[in-house]
Design a protein around this ligand. Structure first.
Ligand code: ATP
Ligand code: MG
Length: 407
């Protein structure tokens, strides 16, 4: 079937009353960005829905694949926009039906928002259904569980016909909910946590701590690849890479072995907090999950949180691991996350870290040495990359400079 439009439904956006216009504009911009390198289309957004007009050369399957990932879209349908005559609808419905398998069932579903159209809903359903039955000899009608539903929308401007509804990602358009800083390790959880907040319309920049030469280039490439996969959902993402070796060495020197994990997390938080202020974010996001490992008990979170007054969001806090793994597979990061390159925490993890850190003890260990200059140094030496969906880590700096200009 040759379609001439893609219909985009907004879902939850319809709830947004006065802010609606801003949300629609953001969604339109995000849709344009997602489709950007492709050819042969024009995006038209109105209050209730969006139509993407298709021209010659439009790769409709690729467009649908990209639109499925854009947050704020509830569903999409390739459609035909036709003149407002019954003959035109019959003609198209029959064309759809000729592609169906032998013995399949179908129904015609009419929505008529133009109440002045000369046929009412029931008449149209009957007329079009009859035409399909006459023109094919292998199909039957089933109004309850049809294999195919041919939808006919009679609207003021035209009639739209389609038989496919593809689910979108739901949520809200990215860029409508402020900005956060995602603490991104190479594990399974943090990319999922990032996607969860992006789905609520929040813009994310990522921060990753690495400790060369204890952690390899491969571990860094892994985090870049995770960011790249996330960017296929939302467009370019800034990734801030922090050299953490000096801080980790110092922590290992000054802090009691069982408390190094707690202090490591506190130092990460302190660097992250400086960046939060620099980039104008209003929260830190991490992939913590209650009880999963030593650093993720309530008492541990309390000790880590004490170094900042910035809200720390933990979207995965109460999920079961299987649910996180499923989400990770759905967003496409799982296979990369399970590659065996250690991040800085794994390498310096003590054999027997304290699971219920005592805040007074942590503060005492950290008071024997002034960590602030090292925290500041790590912050100042941050390397920032802009990761696009087609980013390759070995590409030349000119291409990177071009990507940076997108901001
Ligand atoms: P993940 O799968 O995200 O690594 P995890 O279950 O392995 O999580 P931890 O390793 O204890 O848990 O890390 C908890 C959270 O701390 C991570 O989800 C991430 O947000 C943050 N984090 C850990 N290591 C780093 C790192 N090297 N750089 C940035 N953030 C990190
Ligand atoms: Mg981890």
């Amino acid at each position: 079937m040759i379609y001439d439009h893609i219909l985009v439904r907004y879902g939850e956006l319809t709830l947004k009353g006065a802010n609606r216009k801003m949300f629609v504009n953001k969604l339109r911009a995000n849709v344009k960005r997602a489709l950007m390198p492709l050819q042969g289309y024009k995006v038209k957004a109105n209050r209730d829905r969006m139509y993407i007009e298709l021209y010659e050369g439009a790769d409709i399957d690729e467009m649908c694949r990209r639109l499925e990932k854009v947050f704020g879209i509830y569903s999409i349908s390739p459609v035909l926009k036709i003149e407002k005559t019954v003959e035109a609808v019959r003609d198209i419905a029959v064309k759809f039906a000729r592609d169906y398998e032998s013995d399949d069932t179908f129904k015609i579903d009419v929505k008529r928002s133009d109440k002045n159209f000369s046929y009412d809903t029931y008449q149209l359903q009957k007329d079009i259904g009859g035409a399909v039955l006459n023109a094919t000899d292998h199909l039957t009608v089933d109004v309850h569980h049809p294999d195919h539903t041919i939808k006919v929308e009679v609207r003021l401007d035209a009639i739209y016909v389609y038989d496919k509804v593809i689910s979108g990602s739901g949520g809200l358009p990215v860029g409508t909910g402020g900005k956060t800083l995602l603490m991104l390790s190479g594990g399974i959880d943090s990319p999922v946590a990032g996607i969860e907040v992006m789905r609520r319309g929040v813009t994310v920049e990522a921060i990753h701590f690495h400790s060369p030469p204890f952690t390899s280039e491969k571990a860094k490439d892994k985090v870049i690849e995770l960011t790249r996969i996330m960017s296929t959902h939302v467009g370019p993402i800034k990734l801030h890479i922090v050299p953490f070796t000096n801080l980790q060495k110092q922590i290992n020197k000054e802090v009691h072995e069982r408390y190094t994990m707690t202090s490591t997390r506190r130092m990460m938080m302190r660097v992250a907090d400086k960046l939060v202020h620099e980039i104008g974010a209003h929260a830190i996001v991490n992939g913590e999950n209650l009880g999963q490992v030593a650093s993720q008990t309530l008492k541990s979170m309390y000790a880590i949180n004490r170094v900042t007054s910035t809200p720390v969001l933990r979207p995965l806090l109460t999920l079961d691991k299987e649910d996180i793994v499923k989400k990770s597979k759905d967003i496409g990061t799982f296979d990369v996350s399970i590659q065996p390159f250690e991040d800085c925490c794994t390498i310096f993890t003590p054999k027997n870290p304290v699971t219920e850190p005592d805040i007074e003890k942590v503060e005492k260990f950290e008071s024997v040495y002034d960590f602030e200059p090292l925290v500041q140094e790590a912050f100042e030496q941050i390397e920032t990359l802009t990761i696009t969906p087609d980013y390759q880590s070995d590409k030349d700096s000119e291409t990177q400079a071009l990507a940076d200009n997108l901001f």
